[in-house]
Design a protein around this ligand. Structure first.
Ligand SMILES: [Zn+2]
Ligand SMILES: [Zn+2]
Length: 310
């Protein structure tokens, strides 16, 4: 970084329309970079689902649904024709980006209204958006692994990654005095610095100790700092606990298992889809309804600070 260039500038220049004159130009620019875009309502709420989708059960495949704007970020696309049609269908809609591996983005979301602050010693300079609430979205390249929904140990700092979204420039939500805007200092989307990646993956914000053969392993398979030495054994033990649970305890045990697997996901010992598959299978085996299984997964992941994968 050139000395003297603040990151981000102490005051982001308000430049509505300077780099992209309208939503459509911005949306096409993002899509050309491989960022999946969609629209939200003016209040940041998802656009209402069509009637068939609104009435569809839990088995409805939101990812494969062909509707233009149903199911929030599941409608996101890089197809210019679909994008143009979406913008026409929701003329007042806010432009949004689906975050995560699908777009190659993991975005650090700093909200000063919740106590968040930019830490220049931790967060390396990268493409940055100033938000209407006086905060920042730091656009980083997705690291290719799951990250928690919040930066551990930091108040008011979220991580928008798989299963997430951000409102993007040049959107101005209803009631906001100003919109989302790129800071006046253009920067490329950078990789997260190793120190930042470490901080993302550690519950305490301290570096994760390597899980080596000499590491002291607890009976749960967890070693100090949250690293997991024997993920297969831990996974099997967690699922077996659900199978063993007496009838009246199955629901709460499934929730506990969901939290356990969410912690494994946060520690990068298990991927999210495998966790969902395993929990769904063990729940079904123990006569839990699809609704209860989804509830357990959602509750368990969110309790561990991760976005719900269902
Ligand atoms: Zn629909
Ligand atoms: Zn649908």
């Amino acid at each position: 970084m050139t000395a003297g260039v603040p990151h981000p500038p102490a005051r982001a220049a308000a430049q509505p329309g300077r780099r992209w004159p309208d939503r459509r130009a911005a949306a096409l620019h993002y899509a050309a970079r491989g960022w999946q875009v969609f629209v939200l309502g003016r209040t940041k709420r998802p656009v209402a689902n069509c009637e068939p989708c609104a009435g569809a059960g839990p088995d409805h495949d939101r990812e494969a649904c062909p509707c233009l704007t149903c199911h929030g970020f599941y409608a996101a696309t890089v197809d210019p024709e679909r994008i143009a049609a979406m913008l026409t269908a929701v003329p007042e809609g806010l432009l949004a980006i689906r975050t995560g591996a699908v777009s190659g983005l993991a975005i650090i979301d700093i909200d000063p209204r919740n106590g968040g602050r930019l830490d220049r010693t931790l967060m390396n300079p990268t493409a940055t958006v100033a938000t209407p609430g006086g905060g920042w979205h730091l656009y980083y390249a997705h690291p290719g692994r799951s990250l928690p929904g919040k930066l551990p140990g930091r108040i008011g700092v979220d991580i928008k990654t798989d299963g997430g979204l951000v409102v993007a420039p040049p959107s101005t939500p209803a009631g906001a005095a100003r919109g989302y805007r790129w800071t006046s200092q253009p920067r490329p989307v950078e990789e997260m610095a190793p120190r930042l990646l470490d901080a993302c993956q550690t519950r305490s914000g301290a570096p994760v100790p390597a899980a080596t053969g000499t590491a002291k392993t607890s009976p749960t398979g967890l070693v100090g700092g949250g690293a997991i030495s024997k993920p297969d054994a831990l996974l099997a033990a967690t699922l077996a606990a659900v199978d063993r649970a007496p009838q009246g305890r199955r629901r709460v045990t499934l929730y506990g298992a969901a939290r356990g697997l969410a912690r494994m996901v946060a520690a990068d010992a298990l991927n999210t889809l495998d966790a969902v598959d395993a929990l769904t299978a063990v729940g079904a085996r123990n006569q839990q309804t699809p609704r209860d299984i989804r509830g357990a997964i959602k509750g368990g992941f969110e309790a561990e600070g991760l976005p719900s994968p269902v």
